[in-house]
Ligand binder design. Structure first.
Ligand SMILES: [Zn+2]
Length: 549
């Protein structure tokens, strides 16, 4: 039987890669050396039964459409090629745990970048099918840069989309490779290891006009990043945080894995209640990495944490939508399939996971420990030996370091009860300041479209929903004044006074009455408390260095 994976680990959505596969044929060599066509029966959307009559070499041929520019799909054009092998390599029944070899035929002038050992005449060697499909393949006329971390060889290759000649990134950020090496070294120190877990490591960066994303692998990661983002003040720092995030996954999630992913079932959705630990803890720690290696400042970390806390608090789905455990369990149908209503019904396990990780770190510090120590415990006790963890294992690991978490952590995971952020932050001499929006609150978000102003989001239980607005409505006028831009609406809103809205819904005009509320909190800033006690300041210094108090 031959089978193509339905998804790729690290990205919890059934992608049905088979939709890009065409013209599959199977041939087998006969006794006289002539290849004969073999009967192939399709038994599932992604699986074929092949009738083989004798033990002779088999050749399977098929074509793949490679047009999706993503870290988890295939893209091929005149400038480069990228293969996510989970979308390419068929699994042969019974051969999952046997060695596989990969060979490539490339256009002249192109180089292959493959994070597998290369054998002289046989191509790249993967110990198992799992290792093969954990391999991203990049190819093109790109420059490759090498550096070492803890004595382990690392390669960095950038495909720059567009006519930049492949030098835009390094011309603009000449210290990039040095900084990446420093961040990688910081990740090893965080894990308490002298070197990375991988025997060698490849970074593939697709530098696009716009875009953001990453996918972790055992000995590589693929990053998508936007040139436009790099022109912003925090753009370079965010790139280094993305590097840290994917590199930390080398331990947390690739080798220290949820039990449900040990081993991985490539054929169906796998419910993982602990994704908050895999992604939330990694998202929390990645923000510290540039700081711990001297590439960003404490104020920049406070800015980043303030932005995260604001995003979290402004997501209504955190109360009554999903618990943290449910967020992981429902990743396949919710986080990866967001729509205009998602913020009311979901909370990302990346986002809430990072907030809970912050509170866990600060709670552990009150007992003389810290989050990094729990991560190291789990790595040494489970990850290093390929043993998976359950939610119970995680709660026990935290409780061993701080008994107060035995009661609190399960509640944060299974209910809508939240940690007391203000109290946690006060323990390191920080405070949250609420900043009010300048505009009255409607719960409405709209965007200027060629036809007019289109409603993109209506928050549940908000003035906009009470007015009867729905996503897709075209806002034409308020109190008889024509609306063309979101700013027009903001300028004409009057809180707590009924206002008449003229709306076009599916071709028919209607009048609605909007009663805006007074301005609400727009964001929170995280700032040092000028009256913080010396003990809090000492705790803050240790926290910023990710070391125990
Ligand atoms: Zn991640």
């Amino acid at each position: 039987m031959l089978r193509l994976p339905a998804w790729t680990p690290g990205s919890y959505l059934l992608r049905d890669y088979v939709r890009n596969l065409e013209a599959l044929t199977v041939h087998q060599g006969g006794d006289d050396g002539e290849a004969l066509s073999v009967k192939v029966e399709r038994i599932e959307t992604s699986a074929w039964q092949v009738q083989l009559s004798a033990v002779h070499p088999v050749e399977v041929r098929y074509a793949l459409l490679a047009t999706e520019l993503s870290v988890r799909a295939c893209h091929l054009d005149a400038d480069h090629g990228f293969l996510a092998l989970a979308a390419v390599a068929l699994q042969v029944e019974g051969e999952r745990w046997t060695p596989h070899r990969l060979q490539l035929v490339l256009p002249e002038g192109w180089l292959p970048f493959v994070p597998l050992p290369l054998e002289a005449d046989h191509g790249w060697y993967a110990e198992t099918y799992d290792q093969l499909v954990d391999t991203p393949v990049e190819a093109g006329p790109h420059a490759c840069h090498s550096f070492a971390v803890g004595g382990v060889p690392h390669r960095w290759v950038t495909w720059e989309d567009g006519s930049t000649g492949g030098r835009w990134l390094l011309d603009r950020f000449p210290s990039l490779l040095e900084d990446v090496a420093a961040v990688c070294g910081g990740c090893c120190r965080l894990m308490g290891e002298p070197m990375p877990a991988a025997p060698d490591y490849l970074f593939v960066l697709h530098l696009l006009d716009q875009g953001y994303g990453g996918l972790e692998h055992d000995r590589s990661s693929v990053l998508h990043y936007g040139r436009q983002a790099l022109t912003r003040p925090d753009g370079y720092r965010k790139l280094l945080q993305l590097v840290a995030h994917e590199y930390l996954h080398q331990w947390n999630v690739r080798r220290l894995r949820p039990a449900e992913l040990t081993p991985i079932d490539y054929n169906q959705a796998v419910i993982v209640p602990t994704l908050w630990f895999a992604e939330g803890v990694t998202s929390y720690l990645d923000q510290f990495l540039p700081l711990t290696v001297g590439l960003s400042t404490a104020d920049q970390l406070f800015e980043d944490l303030g932005t995260e806390i604001s995003r979290y608090r402004l997501t209504p789905g955190r109360q009554g939508g999903q618990t943290l455990r449910q967020s992981g369990q429902e990743a396949w149908v919710k986080l990866y399939r967001r729509d205009a209503y998602s913020d009311d019904s979901q909370i990302s396990y990346y986002l809430k996971g990072a907030i809970v990780a912050l509170c866990l770190d600060l709670a552990l510090r009150r007992d003389g420990s810290c989050l990094v120590e729990v991560l190291r415990d789990l790595w040494r006790q489970l990850g290093r030996w390929g043993r998976g963890y359950s939610e119970t294992t995680l709660v026990e690991a935290f409780t061993r370091r701080s008994s107060s978490l035995a009661e609190a952590l399960p509640l944060w995971l299974e209910s809508f009860l939240e940690p007391d952020l203000e109290a946690c932050l006060a323990s390191v001499g920080l405070q949250l300041n609420a900043v009010l929006s300048p505009d009255p609150f409607t719960g409405l978000r709209c965007k200027a479209e060629p036809n007019g102003l289109e409603v993109q989001r209506v928050q549940r239980h908000s003035p906009a929903q009470r007015a009867g607005l729905v996503v897709g409505d075209e806002l034409i006028a308020i109190d008889g004044w024509r609306l063309r831009q979101p700013e027009h609406l903001a300028a004409l809103l009057q809180p707590e006074r009924p206002q008449s809205l003229t709306v076009n819904r599916r071709g028919s005009l209607r009048q609605l009455t909007l009663l805006s509320a007074p301005p609400a909190v727009d964001r929170w800033t995280l700032v040092p408390d000028p009256s913080a006690a010396p003990e809090a300041l000492a705790r803050r210094a240790a926290w910023l260095g990710l070391i125990p108090c």
